[in-house]
Design a protein. Sequence first.
Length: 142
Amino acid sequence: MVEEGNIETVFYEGSITTSDDFIETMQRPSTVAVFVLRGRRVIGFAYLNGFQGNMAFGHFCFMRECHDTVDDIGRQIMSYWTGPLGVDYVMGVVPGFNDRAMDFVQRIGFKRVGEVPAMIKSVYRPERADANIFYYRGEEHG
């Protein structure tokens, strides 16, 4: 992520700025992480947190080298989360400045509900961004 400059886009709120922050977050009991490997190299990861009843919040980050397979990888992760893991709904909040993420989640089956104007405050950007709200219902894809 550091090499590709993704930290400011993925962790825009500033909660993760170091590798120690990242490891601590992934190891929390309230986080369900999935790492995507090519050989021994991590080419992406996704995690759920914010569990409430039958839903959780989903987060994704993929490196450039898996660009050609990212949709398939994303669909497999969603199948795992809403299949064996048993989450019925995965929610997503995507900042308006992240068009690639909005396109990706819609390609793998998320539906856009709407936006909350100027809700997102990034520690890396002076202006606030709209929060685009998405959901994925496992039952619709199972």
